[in-house]
Design a protein around this ligand. Structure first.
Ligand SMILES: *Cc1c(COP(=O)(O)O)cnc(C)c1O
Length: 360
């Protein structure tokens, strides 16, 4: 078998072109005689990789000048702690709980102050986004927190919550760079890169400059203070150099595809193929209310655990892999990130049609 169609939620598919380029540069990166993996993070060659990655990301997202971009370690989970440690000046924050990851962040924040759950969709297994137009935002909240795209459940905020003037903090791990976003509407945006941007083991945090201060909760480790990394240009300690290099390549690839507006159109086209099929299917159905559907993660079921298991197995044998839903929801989930080609979705739907006919 050659390359498969990998529908994994993360770590996930990367553009083939990017992988080939990395392979070509593996033994000798641009005449340095070494791999990026073997290179000092203080070298000129690596500084260029880092600077380019940052410049390209700024261009793609139109990041305003008063925001810093930080390449950090510890994945999204570390941000669950860093956000309250750095931002909870009044020790109060409001959380909108729309899935497992938002819930984890909410629970983590409780260690550092008063975290309020001001809205939730847990009553219906997180299959929708609650109405966030008039929430009971706390007067003294330091921020309002959302997980913008819920990887496990396949929902996405199509409009941002009304935070009533409070700072908005968003986990965008699974929709990062899938479409344009207005960075100026947020105080902090962060994404674990292994969903839509690069290999695992890194998180990119985009943070408004005035939020980067020494005034953090007592006991906050140096490594968990945003200012440490902002002052050192993401080189306070040895960063995940290879991951930064790979993300940089993906940013260049995204620019070549026409940027985030073009990606949005492509992603909408891909998702429509799958959702249209699910809406007309007599066997499969999507699990999310139509208006909150994610373009990136598409969960679906047949209604029978036994048929679900057979589908996943037969699909894998045909080269459509990692279609099993998250262990907390079951069924299937197709993650169709930026790097999933449209042919992958078309062929998956063809296979689903065939499976449907055979299992009437
Ligand atoms: C995967 C995921 C996480 C967890 O990421 P780690 O890098 O494993 O910490 C958090 N939030 C969202 C939205 C995710 O998709």
């Amino acid at each position: 078998m050659g390359r498969v169609y990998n529908f994994s939620a993360g770590p996930a598919v990367l553009p083939e072109e990017v992988l080939k380029e990395a392979a070509e540069e593996m033994l000798d990166y641009k005449g340095t005689g070494m791999s990026v993996m073997e290179m000092s993070h203080r070298s000129k060659a690596f500084q260029e990789i880092l600077d380019d990655a940052q410049a390209d990301l700024r261009e793609l997202l139109h990041i305003p000048d008063n925001y810093k971009v930080l390449f950090l370690q510890g994945g999204a989970h570390q941000q669950f702690a860093m956000i309250p440690m750095n931002l909870m000046k009044h020790k109060v924050a409001d959380y909108i709980v729309t899935g497992q990851w938002a819930k984890r962040a909410y629970q983590e924040a409780q260690k550092y102050g008063k975290a309020n759950k001001i809205a939730s969709s847990e009553d219906k297994t997180f299959s929708y986004i609650p109405d966030c137009s008039d929430l009971p935002v706390s007067d003294d909240a330091d921020y309002v927190y959302i997980c913008e795209n819920n990887t496990i459940y396949g929902t996405k905020f199509k409009t941002l919550p009304n935070t009533k003037g409070k700072l908005l903090v968003a986990d965008v791990s699974s929709c990062f760079l899938s479409e344009p976003m207005d960075v100026s509407k947020y105080g902090v945006i962060y994404g674990g890169v292994q969903k839509n941007v690069g290999p695992a083991g890194m998180v990119i945090t985009i943070i408004r400059e005035d939020l980067i201060t020494e005034d953090v909760l007592p006991g906050t480790p140096t490594m968990l203070t945003y200012k440490t990394h902002a002052d050192a240009g993401s080189l306070y300690n040895t960063p995940n150099c290879y991951c930064i290099y790979m993300c940089g390549k993906v940013f260049k690839w995204l620019k070549k595809q026409g940027g985030l507006e073009a990606m949005k159109q492509y992603n909408e086209k891909k998702a429509k193929i799958l959702y249209d099929f699910l809406d007309g299917s007599s066997l499969f159905r999507g699990t999310v209310v139509p208006e909150d559907r994610s373009l990136m993660n598409v969960p679906f079921v047949t209604g029978s655990d036994e048929l679900d298991a057979r589908f996943i197995k037969e699909a894998a044998a045909q080269g459509f892999v990692n279609l099993k839903g998250h262990r907390s929801v079951g069924g299937m989930r197709a993650s169709i990130y930026n790097a999933m080609p449209i042919e992958g979705v078309e062929k998956l739907v063809e296979f689903m049609k065939k499976f449907e006919e055979e299992n009437r």
